[in-house]
Design a protein around this ligand. Structure first.
Ligand SMILES: Nc1ncnc2c1ncn2[C@@H]1O[C@H](COP(=O)(O)OP(=O)(O)O)[C@@H](O)[C@H]1O
Ligand SMILES: [Mg+2]
Length: 273
C-alpha cells in the first residue's frame, strides 16, 4: 500500500463519532420490517448513529437497501418496528417542525409562484404576511432565484425547481433537514452548481443535514461523514470521516483515491450473494 493511501486510511476512520448525550440526533438499534399479507421485508437492521448539531452526514448504499426507509423514520413519517430516535433528547415520534424533508420529486405546488411555495410552511404555521415575505425572499436569494420569485414553479427547469424545494424547507429553520437524493434527477453540471449552492446556504445557517445520495462524488464533496450501508437489510458497513476542509477540489488525487475505495465497497455489496 502506498504511503498516500495508508495516510488517508488513518485520517478517515470514524474519529468524529460522538456519544448519545453530545449528539443532536441519537439513533439506537433502529429496525424496520415491512409486512404485507404474505411476506415480510426486513429493510433496516440494527442501525445506530449519533449526529452532532451542524453536521452534514451523507448516506450511500445499494439501490433498495433501505436508505429512504431510514430517512422517513427520522422524519417521523414512518414508525420504526423497533429502536429509538432522539432529537435533542426527545423521542422523534410523528413529524415535527424540528425536521424538514426535501424530496427527490420536488413535491412543490406547480401553479403557485416560487415565493408562495417558499412561504407555504410559514403560512401553515400562521406567520404574519410581512415576516413571511421577508424570510422567503432571503432564502430565495440564497438559492439564487431572486429574479424568479414571481414565476410559477411549473415554468422552471428541474434544477430551479429543486432550489425552490430546498429554500422551502430551509426557510422554516428546521433543526434537522433530511434530503433524499435531492439532486438525483439533475444533469451533472447543474448538480455541481447545486452542491456549491447548498454548502453556501449551510455556511450561513448551521443546520444539520442528513443527505442520501447515489453519487460517491457528491458525498465526498459535501459531507463531514459518509455512512456506507450494506445491501438490504441496511446496516452500517463503514463510517468515513472526510478529512478535508471545504471547498473541496474534486481533481485532488486524494479525492480520487477515497472515491475509488468507497466505490469498491459499494460494488462488493452489489455483487455479494
Ligand atoms: N411500503 C413498503 N412496503 C413494503 N416494502 C417496502 C415499502 N417501502 C419500501 N419497501 C422495500 O424496502 C426496501 C428498502 O426500500 P427503500 O428504503 O426505499 O430503499 P432505498 O431508498 O435504499 O432504495 C426495498 O426492498 C423496498 O422494496
Ligand atoms: Mg430511496
Amino acid at each position: 500500500m502506498s504511503d498516500e493511501i495508508s495516510n488517508i486510511n488513518e485520517e478517515i476512520s470514524d474519529v468524529d463519532n460522538c456519544g448519545c448525550e453530545e449528539a443532536q440526533i441519537c439513533i439506537k438499534n433502529l429496525r424496520k420490517v415491512y409486512k404485507t399479507d404474505d411476506s415480510e421485508t426486513v429493510a433496516v437492521e440494527d442501525f445506530s448513529l449519533n449526529i452532532r448539531k451542524g453536521e452534514l452526514v451523507t448516506i450511500v448504499g445499494p439501490s433498495g437497501c433501505g436508505k429512504t426507509t431510514i430517512l422517513r423514520m427520522i422524519a417521523g413519517l414512518l414508525e420504526p418496528t423497533s429502536g429509538t430516535i432522539l432529537i435533542d433528547g426527545k423521542a422523534a415520534s410523528g413529524p415535527g417542525s424540528d425536521r424538514g424533508m426535501v424530496f427527490q420529486d420536488f413535491a412543490l405546488f406547480p401553479w403557485r409562484s416560487v415565493r408562495r411555495n417558499v412561504e407555504f410552511g410559514m403560512e401553515v404555521a400562521g406567520v404574519p404576511k410581512e415576516e413571511r415575505r421577508t424570510r422567503a425572499d432571503r432564502y430565495i436569494k440564497l438559492v439564487g432565484l431572486e429574479k424568479f420569485a414571481d414565476s410559477r414553479v411549473h415554468e422552471l427547469s428541474g434544477g430551479m425547481k429543486q432550489r425552490v424545494g430546498i429554500a422551502r424547507v430551509l426557510v422554516n429553520h428546521p433543526e434537522v433537514t433530511l434530503m433524499d437524493e435531492p439532486f438525483g434527477s439533475l444533469d451533472a453540471q447543474t448538480r455541481n452548481i447545486m452542491q456549491v449552492q447548498l454548502l453556501r446556504v449551510l455556511a450561513k445557517t448551521d443546520q444539520t443535514i442528513i443527505f442520501v445520495t447515489h453519487s460517491v462524488d457528491e458525498a465526498l464533496f459535501l459531507s463531514d461523514r459518509i455512512i456506507i450501508l450494506t445491501k438490504r437489510p441496511a446496516t452500517i458497513k463503514e463510517i468515513i470521516t472526510v478529512p478535508w476542509p471545504r471547498p473541496r477540489d474534486r481533481a485532488d488525487p486524494a479525492f480520487s483515491i477515497l472515491r475509488k475505495r468507497i466505490l469498491v465497497e459499494l460494488e462488493n455489496e452489489n455483487v455479494m450473494g
